[in-house]
Design a protein around this ligand. Structure first.
Ligand SMILES: Nc1ncnc2c1ncn2[C@@H]1O[C@H](COP(=O)(O)OP(=O)(O)OP(=O)(O)O)[C@@H](O)[C@H]1O
Length: 578
């Protein structure tokens, strides 16, 4: 039984508490199918989220099987299924792959046989079997809603909350989905609560909860609604609600609620007597309630599922693959075009003094000019590589979390560990970073050998790509939308070149504050320090910016990666429902 006693949820506005859900009291027995209806903005979704525990109630109490949820712990992830308004499946995957991933993430299966059985059962229950190999992208609205339900049913939840799963569907599909939810409520005593603003097909529900401005205006059998509101047709109920304030509806409902509760109890007894409703007996006293819960899979199963799903999505998205390949191939070619300029000889000043002073001055000027040309070309090429790898880093991760945040939040609600999620992202992005950085380093080195310690240079290229990828991943986990994350990441990369000091030295008063944060500076400086002495001197002769010791560069880039990953972790743990 789900019981709400005077449950309220308020937000703080202009220093005052504004209730969005106000003193809602209802009792919903096992095997019950209830609709939550009401005019747009009356608080239906807010109430559903409060029941789910996504909105902490600001007053009252929620009980589940007699357990006070706020005092004795919330629902376990397998006890509750929540089907939100948005699609929770990835377009490039098939129906079967989506349900399989949902099962692997939510349920600890003993073996593949159990896994297959679960998937088969859910596909059967939701009527998705004939289209199990179809991609999500091509599904109709009704099929997508079925898939949303299927992905929640994998853990066999005893409470299923559905938010507007029929909105935008044609009347036939709407009826089919309502029928499906009805069928789901007839199994194993499952409670199904469905938020809808449609007043069609209400006869299939066991009860209807009518909300008006966050307050209960009615909760009773569907065939009693027109009588209670003194209207001829259910379609007239919303205009009727608008005729008096919600407080009046609420107080008049309090006078009648008991008699309507009795009607619902009578209906339920009749259904149970005729066998239309079979509710399993409550677990015995010697049987612990937790034993009925489906156990969550371990960290490694969740990590492996997410990682393999990420690669599958990556390879199915031709645009992504093409963009990655284009970036990986074109960027090093761009650098190579300029590498010839950096290959010139660096002459030394002659040790023997000439008697001809003019000739000696001219010789020195010519040596200096050659030195400057080669030095600035080498510095420029190193910075070019660093900036392009920073750009790749931003492209790797700016949308990685923000672009799938609603799905991630949903999966977290279903028991996904943020640690497994973050580790899978790090593993996926590490592959991209290693491939991009080493390819860039080796390709450019092939056409114009690095005039110093190549391994150290390649290491700094790898680190700057890793640092920018990690920083943009942090941005992605902290921003609300993928657009915000992309924009901020592009600015972060855009500032790298001017603030690195590699092109123009910054005023000291600015440099002291910016330098610690500019990954490009540390990678450039570390690579320049890896050059042979003569080449290093040539570079130093053309730059005004001071260089840092390699250890310092290493620690700075390492710190960027660590701090960015900590920020990503904080962002990923923080709930971010709309
Ligand atoms: N976190 C929030 N902060 C401020 N206002 C909110 C918040 N959540 C909901 N609201 C407001 O509370 C009211 C109820 O929102 P809710 O989404 O629950 O309505 P609804 O009945 O589900 O509407 P619809 O049928 O249009 O989906 C709306 O006016 C909404 O703007």
């Amino acid at each position: 039984m789900l019981e709400l006693k005077e449950v309220s949820f308020a937000i703080r506005k202009d220093g005052e508490d504004v209730p969005l859900v106000d003193r809602v009291s209802i009792r919903v027995p096992k095997g019950h199918f209830m609709a939550i209806v009401g005019p747009s903005g009356c608080g239906k979704t807010t109430l559903l989220k409060t029941i789910a525990g996504l909105n902490p109630e600001s007053g009252g109490a929620l009980f589940w099987d007699g357990r006070d949820l706020s005092k004795e712990g919330d629902f376990s992830p397998s006890e509750i299924g929540y089907v939100p308004q948005f699609s929770i499946a990835y377009d490039p995957l098939t129906v079967d792959e989506s349900v399989e991933a949902a099962t692997r993430l939510r349920v600890r299966c003993e073996d593949t046989e159990e896994l297959d059985q679960r998937i088969d059962r859910v596909l059967e229950e939701t009527g998705l079997r004939p289209i199990s190999d179809r991609r999500v992208k091509v599904l109709s609205g009704g099929q997508k809603r079925r898939l949303g339900l299927a992905m929640e049913l994998v853990s066999d939840p005893k409470l299923l909350l559905c938010d507007e799963v029929t909105s935008g569907l044609d009347p036939r599909s709407e009826r089919e989905i309502v029928r499906l939810m009805y069928d789901l409520s007839r199994k194993d005593g499952r409670i199904v609560l469905s938020v809808t603003h449609s007043l069609a097909h209400l006869e299939l529900y066991d009860s209807i909860l009518v909300l008006h401005e966050g307050r209960v205006a009615f909760h009773g059998p569907p065939d009693q609604m027109t009588h209670y509101f003194s209207v001829n047709d259910t379609e007239e109920i919303y205009p009727r609600l608008a005729t008096q304030p919600s407080e009046r509806w609420h107080s008049s409902w309090q006078k009648h609620s008991e008699s309507y509760q009795k009607m619902m109890d009578k209906n339920r007894a009749r259904l149970m007597n005729t066998g239309e409703l079979i509710v399993p007996a409550a677990p015995g006293a010697d049987e612990p309630a937790e034993s009925k819960d489906v156990a969550l899979p371990g960290f490694f199963t969740q990590f492996a599922t997410l990682l393999s799903r990420r690669w599958r999505i990556f390879f199915r998205d031709r645009g992504q693959v093409f963009l990655q390949l284009a970036i990986i191939l074109i960027f090093p070619v761009l650098v190579t075009i300029f590498s010839e300029k950096a290959s010139g000889n660096i002459r030394r000043f002659s040790d023997t003094r000439s008697d001809d002073l003019m000739a000696e001055i001219q010789e020195q000027q010519s040596v200096r000019s050659d030195q400057a040309k080669v030095g600035s070309a080498i510095s420029g090429i190193i910075m070019f590589q660093v900036v392009l790898l920073s750009l790749m880093g931003s492209n790797n991760s700016a949308r990685e979390i923000a672009g799938e945040r609603p799905i991630y939040e949903k999966e977290k609600f279903g028991g996904l560990r943020p640690s497994a999620y973050l580790t899978s992202k790090v593993a996926f992005l590490a592959c991209l970073v290693i491939g991009q950085s080493l390819w860039m380093a080796f390709f450019v080195n092939f056409f114009g050998t690095f005039r110093g310690d190549f391994i150290q240079h390649a290491g700094f290229l790898l680190l700057v790509n890793a640092a920018m990828t990690a920083i943009c991943l942090a941005v992605s986990s902290l921003m609300r939308t993928a657009e915000q994350a992309s924009l901020l990441s592009i600015y972060l990369v855009g500032f790298q070149l001017p603030l690195s000091g590699a092109v123009l030295a910054l005023p000291e008063s600015v440099e002291i504050f910016t330098r610690p944060f500019i990954s490009a500076y540390w990678a450039w400086s570390g690579s320049v320090e890896a050059l042979q002495t003569q080449v290093h001197d040539a570079v130093k002769s053309v730059i005004d910016t001071s260089l840092s010791a390699q250890e310092a560069c290493l620690y700075a880039l390492g710190a960027h990666i660590v701090v960015a990953l900590i920020a990503t972790w904080a962002g990923a743990r923080r709930p971010q429902w709309d």
